[in-house]
Design a protein around this ligand. Structure first.
Ligand code: DOR
Ligand code: ZN
Length: 345
């Protein structure tokens, strides 16, 4: 039995760090686990200019705990009116690593998102030309579509044309939750990849209704049926280059989650590697964790693999019931449970 695993320090290819005091609190957890992270731009107001991304990056860098090494990779939030020149400037200045498509009103902080993907075709044209990857929240917002079908319908209504119209654009289908999305990504070219969260590998939609309504199992896209979870586990643990780690850690205060209308998002950053590793262990795929966590993401983004190594060992790790993120109380994913792995200090 393998009891220790040493791999290049992983990166998180999708995280919400927020801003202000809470940012410093949650950042410490991400910086403990990861060398770099793709930082989501869905702040209020959103990060849609080079200047805003530079300022946000500086606030993050200033909040990295002493002794930790962490590089935030910034993302431009695409709006209907986004200027292609701004995207190119941000890419050339080394500020934008990617740009994010939120369909308007699909999720938290998406009110300024894109109302029709055709509106950003000039931007996508430029991104394709300059090599700036597109990150996609892949859910339709049509209220007539069942919430559990919104990702699959997005493939038919948006994704198929998008990759046909921009055959050289790098596209990351973010936080995929369905077999349809996994199979779409597999069938597409090498320019199309996906991130997968720990929760979508570990829970199905029953978790939201286990003995009562469970706000801490609610995120967007929502967890789907068991068959989808099993398909995601198969592709994530396959070692295939198209799938890589992206936690979608999305912290919200306890009070915002435990409410009549609770916010979407799970705070999984504190024990992300330990939880992912449980999945690879259960699937007999420990030898493929390095590809998913440390190699596939950098390869897709054209960045070097981190040279520092980290070790994970088999050990009981208790997840606290609540974490104080610099004054904001947040319930972490798997709160109160004991995990089977530990990231060595
Ligand atoms: O559950 C989610 N929370 N999904 C998202 O797409 C956004 C995120 C957030 O920012 O809270
Ligand atoms: Zn997200």
């Amino acid at each position: 039995m393998t009891n220790r695993l040493t791999i290049p320090r992983p990166d998180d290819w999708h995280v919400h760090l927020r801003d202000g005091a809470v940012m410093a609190g949650v950042l410490a957890h991400t910086a403990r686990q990861f060398a770099r992270a793709i930082v989501m731009p869905n702040l209020s107001p959103p990060i849609s200019t080079v200047a805003a991304a530079e300022a946000y990056r500086a606030r993050i860098v200033a909040a990295v705990p002493p002794g930790a090494e962490f590089t935030p990779l910034m993302v431009c939030y695409l709006t209907d009116g986004i200027d292609p020149d701004e995207l190119q400037r941000g890419k050339e200045a080394g500020v934008f690593t990617a740009a994010k498509l939120y369909p308007a009103h699909a999720t938290t902080g998406s009110a300024h998102g894109v109302t029709d993907v055709r509106n950003i075709y000039p931007a996508l044209e430029r991104m394709q030309a300059v090599g700036l990857p597109l990150l996609v929240h892949g859910e339709v917002t049509d209220p007539a579509v069942d919430i559990f079908d919104r990702e699959a319908v997005f493939i038919d209504r948006v994704m198929i044309d998008l990759i046909k119209d921009f055959p050289a654009l790098k596209v990351v289908f973010e936080h995929i939750t369905t077999a349809e999305a996994a199979d779409f990504v597999l069938a597409a070219g090498a320019n199309v990849a996906a991130t997968i969260t720990p929760q979508h590998l570990q829970i199905n939609r029953n978790a939201m209704f286990d003995g009562g309504i469970r706000p801490h199992a609610y995120c967007l896209p929502v967890a789907k049926r068991e068959a989808h979870r099993l398909r995601l586990r198969a592709v994530a643990t396959s070692g295939g280059a198209k799938f890589f780690l992206g936690t979608d850690s999305a912290p919200h205060a306890v009070s915002a989650k435990e409410a009549a209308c609770g916010c979407a998002g799970l705070f999984n950053a504190p024990f992300a590697l330990e939880t992912y590793l449980e999945v690879f262990d259960e699937e007999g795929a420990l030898d493929r964790f390095e590809a998913f966590a440390s190699r596939n993401g950098p390869a897709f983004y054209g960045l070097p693999v981190n040279t520092e190594l980290v070790t994970l060992e088999r050990a009981q790790t208790a997840v606290p019931h609540v974490i104080d993120a610099n004054g904001t109380l947040i319930v972490p994913y798997r709160a109160g449970e004991v995990l089977g792995w530990r990231l060595s200090a």
